[in-house]
Design a protein. Structure first.
Length: 290
């Protein structure tokens, strides 16, 4: 079945999300709408919509003008077997003691490694992106140094690969994985089951720490937050309240050029920088609550 995409960019999260909501109400109805921050420090946001029939370019241009966006670029997408494509291109990932793989590479897991299986159809947050890899390496370093947190929260969990890494290494720890996207929560639950971790990780839908379980179980000893710069900055004062002196916070989802401003935000909220690891254009930070 042929599909079409319509993409545009504009300045400001509020306007971008409002445009995304407006597109959802148009005809023909899109089967998917995404709103994302362009991670280049420009302040731009991308709004994309996907259709099973040709979208109305005039309606889209009117919407773009109304919200201060550029004209939509409409493209017909080639038919692709995405699962097969991901299986071809998504190779296993080495991250310290962890080995992240898809079911198609189950025979490649080295002996003695902590195996984390992520299905090819669930490709976001698989460990291949520099941010997820950086978080896994940061946790691996903390564990190697003897840190054994009793309570772990994975905020913006996606596939829950970070929560699963914690659950496998910390068999007695309380681990909760949360995400603002209900689809991501379903993905997380599926991966937890695939990795035989049912009953070890609670997967909840929440924006940041806005969930009863996350508030009631605070303070947290270790928090993963692999999200974007804006939400990371907004979380800094809340993160301080959700942790205690000595707690560790692993932050990523940020570009190298954004790292200093993130550190400043967390230092202002009672944290100190313990470690930083830059992988290509991405940075992962270990912050300690003071």
């Amino acid at each position: 079945m042929p599909t079409w995409s319509a993409l545009t960019t504009l300045t400001g999260e509020e306007a971008a999300r409002a445009l995304g909501e407006a597109i959802e109400d148009q005809e023909p109805e899109p089967y998917g709408v995404g709103v994302f921050e362009v991670e280049d420090g420009s302040g731009l946001w991308e709004v994309g919509a996907y259709y099973t029939e040709v979208p109305d370019d005039i309606v889209l241009d009117i919407l773009a003008a109304a919200y201060g966006a550029k004209s939509f670029l409409i493209s017909e997408l080639p038919e692709v077997d995405w699962v097969a494509k991901v299986q071809r291109e998504l190779h296993p990932v080495d991250a310290g003691r962890f080995f992240v793989f898809g079911s198609h590479d189950a025979d490649k897991v080295p002996e003695g490694r902590v195996a984390l299986q992520i299905e090819a159809t669930m490709a976001f947050g698989t460990g291949h992106h520099g941010t997820t890899l950086g978080c896994l390496l940061a946790f691996d370093k903390l564990y190697e140094e003897g840190y054994r947190p009793a309570k772990v929260a994975d905020i913006g969990a996606g596939t829950a690969v970070l929560a699963m890494a914690a659950a496998k290494m910390l068999p007695d720890a309380l681990v909760i994985a949360s995400d603002i996207d209900p689809v991501a929560v379903d993905v997380a639950k599926a991966n937890v089951a695939i990795n035989d971790l049912e009953g070890r990780i609670d997967c909840v839908e929440a924006a940041g720490f806005d969930h009863r379980r996350l508030r009631d179980e605070a303070p947290w000893d270790l928090v993963f937050a692999n999200i974007l710069k804006g939400p990371l900055v907004e979380l800094a004062p809340i993160m301080s309240k959700m942790t205690k002196p000595g707690s560790k916070v692993i932050l990523s989802g940020l570009l190298v050029v954004q790292a200093e401003s993130i550190v400043e935000s967390y230092v202002a909220s009672q944290f100190r920088l313990q470690d930083r690891n830059d992988l290509g254009e991405w940075s992962a930070l270990i912050m300690e609550r003071v």
